[in-house]
Design a protein around this ligand. Structure first.
Ligand code: ZN
Length: 285
């Protein structure tokens, strides 16, 4: 009996950063044949390959003004050593990548405080830009087993082909989300600081992690009777409303959607999802 062949066990991140934040978006935009040569779709969201400057989606706010310019650098061996010793969780590696690989955000040198302040999506744009500055624009896969026909596939994925989500209005910091019983929640999008708080919940209890993110990001709820609850405890929200809110936060967060990437394998005609991880991007960090 032959062993079932599966894709490598990628450690997911990107829009899947929160375990509880499932993002069941259809991967429509991602469906394409990468084995053919028609790769010119989508709009590039960050700087040209090889460039170290990029424009963030939200950036940082200083005295009422948003600053979006950022500069990254090519990682060196010293950076590699620092990142490798940062710890074993993907969050720590991610944080180390940001601190080593980002020069400036706005006109300020990168710090932990700025990393905490940035939207999760901006952090991911930065990491993608660091990757591009360090290893170039192409992700190379060799002898990747197709889960449908088991043929080994060599694949080059330009980072520009990864689907991205944009904010409709980069300066909109609060969003209304309709809930059940004509209630409306006002939320903000999670930042690096929120992400750290969620991941600090050690026992891996997804419901507790969900509660943490909701407690931080739901600012108020207006009820049908006109009353308002400020900062509602997440445990008092109905399961249905929690699900609605978490989905909104995951879907609206800008940034690359590595998890939505897929290609059509020419040989068997089947769609293959290709989850991409930090390890894939940085060749084994
Ligand atoms: Zn196949």
């Amino acid at each position: 009996m032959t062993e079932p062949i599966t894709l490598p066990d990628f450690e997911r991140f990107g829009d899947q950063t929160f375990k509880g934040l499932e993002s069941p978006e259809e991967a429509t935009a991602a469906t394409q044949s990468l084995l053919q040569d028609d790769r010119n779709y989508g709009e590039p969201s960050i700087a040209d390959p090889g460039e170290t400057h990029l424009t963030l989606e939200r950036g940082i706010c200083r005295e009422g003004t948003w600053y979006r310019d950022a500069e990254v650098k090519e990682l060196t061996g010293a950076d590699e050593e620092a990142i490798a010793s940062a710890g074993s969780t993907s969050y720590r590696v991610f944080e180390a990548l940001l601190l080593r690989g980002v020069h400036t955000v706005g006109n300020e040198p990168m710090t932990r405080r700025i990393a905490a302040e940035l939207l999760i999506g901006d952090r991911e744009y930065l990491v993608m830009a660091i990757r591009r500055a360090t290893f170039g624009n192409d992700l190379e896969f060799e002898a990747l087993p197709c889960p449908h026909c088991e043929e080994l596939v060599d694949l080059t994925v330009p980072l520009d082909d990864i689907p991205v989500t944009r904010l409709d209005d980069a300066e909109q910091t609060e969003f209304d989300v309709p809930l059940r019983r004509q209630a409306v929640a006002t939320v903000r999008l999670p930042t690096g600081e929120d992400q750290a708080a969620v991941l600090a919940i050690k026992d891996g209890n997804t419901a507790k992690q969900d509660s943490e993110i909701l407690s931080r990001c739901v600012l108020r709820i207006r009820h049908a009777d006109g009353s308002t609850t400020k900062r509602p405890p997440a445990t008092t929200l109905s399961m249905s409303d929690r699900k609605t809110l978490l989905k909104f936060l995951a879907d609206t967060q800008p940034g690359p959607r590595y998890g939505d990437f897929s290609f059509v394998h020419e040989t068997c005609g089947e769609e293959v999802t290709l989850p991409i991880s930090l390890a894939t991007l940085f060749r084994g960090v």
